[in-house]
Design a protein around this ligand. Structure first.
Ligand SMILES: CC(C)(COP(=O)(O)OP(=O)(O)OC[C@H]1O[C@@H](n2cnc3c(N)ncnc32)[C@H](O)[C@@H]1OP(=O)(O)O)[C@@H](O)C(=O)NCCC(=O)NCCSC(=O)CCS(=O)O
Length: 378
């Protein structure tokens, strides 16, 4: 696959930014659980927080391929930052751009796309993750308003976000077609950050539990039509999953590159360990798996840019890339030996950071279900 000159430029400029402004700080952010606010501001100025939003709405007006190229580079610098950027682009920006009214776009999409404001995506609930249509958060009509009550769980940027895309049941009897989507400013009374999760990795990105307690929003806060929420969630998660796949490739690439550097420096039995066939063959397998995953990401992004269906290809890319990434990071630890298991090297952090790519925005068992269904329908 050949990139355009513009796509190459985007990749190169994000690579330079990530290596200068993210990678040197990633270990410290991880240790201190520091939210990368300044880096996000700078990424916003580069246009990386609203990459596919049209220029008239404050975005960079680029294609999806450019977004996945940017996400790989950002993830190679810091996995946690890439998650915040991926969610912001695919979900708050993606959904507000597609379904927002001009007024909603003026108020929210412009600052989101410029990185002046952050958004989050509230679908998952404590008892409803994979089975997304079983959510119980309610939005009850009260005159010209809706009143939202319920609990959302594992919400990326839930604490730092200025707005939330919230899915809630407006008509219980209608099942999947009774779910609606709302744009909720997080300053609205009744939006409460109830808990911050203590995670295995990605410490620089907050993952919050949000309680909606009589959170009143006007009916004009609806995104799309009443009852369209489930479809909005699933169709945008399809795009989000390509982004997650690209993040997995970026994190795995960073671990692979660290392993190559170490293998050239570390001497055993009188030679750099890269000259030992066991290490050299391991690196060969890692490089091949990485390339395969990247090609799957690029294929899904190309289909999306062409407006072609890519549900199966997006799920395949997410599943393959995230599982590849765990293996490549584990191999990178193995090549580093003892120091790979300590914070002396970056690979133990990347291994922790990348693990969640098999879980969030649709666990890989759900990706298998989506792929299997598509095969059965062909
Ligand atoms: C497990 C599921 C795959 C099950 O899906 P369903 O069988 O319940 O869905 P369908 O009946 O097939 O579809 C419903 C409706 O939506 C339309 N649809 C579905 N996919 C698409 C698409 N890609 N593009 C366009 N439209 C689509 C479909 O045609 C139907 O419409 P009609 O009825 O025909 O009009 C599913 O529940 C699933 O994917 N589960 C996983 C959920 C998930 O990923 N959760 C994680 C969310 S991330 C989160 O909340 C944390 C926040 S974070 O910060 O990221």
């Amino acid at each position: 696959m050949i990139l355009t000159q513009e796509q190459e430029m985007i990749r190169d400029s994000l690579r330079a930014f990530a290596q200068e402004r993210l990678a040197p700080f990633a270990a410290e952010w991880d240790k201190n659980h520091t939210f990368p606010a300044q880096a996000l501001k700078e990424l916003g100025e580069l246009g990386a927080l609203g990459m596919c939003v049209p220029e008239e709405w404050g975005g960079a007006g680029m294609d999806y391929m450019s977004l996945v190229l940017a996400l790989e580079e950002i993830a190679a610098g810091d996995g946690a930052t890439s998650t915040i950027v991926s969610v912001q682009n695919s979900l708050p920006c993606g959904i507000t751009n597609k379904y927002g009214t001009d007024a909603q776009k003026e108020e929210w999409l412009k600052p989101l796309a410029r990185g002046e404001k952050l958004g989050c995506f509230c679908l998952t609930e404590p008892h409803t993750g994979s089975d997304a249509s079983a959510i119980t958060t309610r939005a009850d009509r009260d005159g010209d308003d809706f009143i939202i009550n319920g609990v959302k769980h594992y919400i990326t940027t839930g604490k730092h976000a200025d707005m939330a895309i919230v899915f809630a049941v407006t008509d219980k009897a209608a099942g999947k077609k009774g779910i609606s989507c709302f744009l909720v400013p997080t300053a609205t009374p009744g939006y409460t950050v109830a808990r911050i999760e203590q995670k295995m990795g990605q410490h620089a990105s907050d993952t919050a539990q949000i309680v909606f307690d009589n959170c009143r929003v006007p009916a004009t806060a609806l995104l799309g039509k009443e009852g369209e929420g489930y479809k909005i969630a699933l169709s945008n998660l399809e795009a989000g999953r390509i982004g997650i796949a690209s993040q997995a490739v970026g994190m795995a690439r960073a671990a692979f590159e660290a392993a190559v550097r170490y293998a050239k420096e570390r001497v055993t039995f009188g030679v750099p360990i890269i000259e030992h066939q066991a290490v050299n063959f391991r690196l060969a397998d890692m490089a091949t798996q990485l390339d395969a995953a990247r090609l799957m990401v690029w294929r899904a992004a190309t289909l999306k840019d062409a407006g072609k269906p890519c549900l199966k290809e997006a799920s395949m890319a997410k599943m393959f890339a995230s599982e590849m990434a765990e293996k490549v990071c584990s191999d990178a630890i193995q090549i580093h030996g003892g120091c790979g298991y300590t914070d002396e090297s970056c690979v133990e952090r990347i291994y922790r950071d990348v693990r969640v790519c098999q879980i969030y925005e649709g666990a890989n068992d759900i990706q298998r279900l989506v792929i299997g269904r598509a095969i059965a329908a062909e």
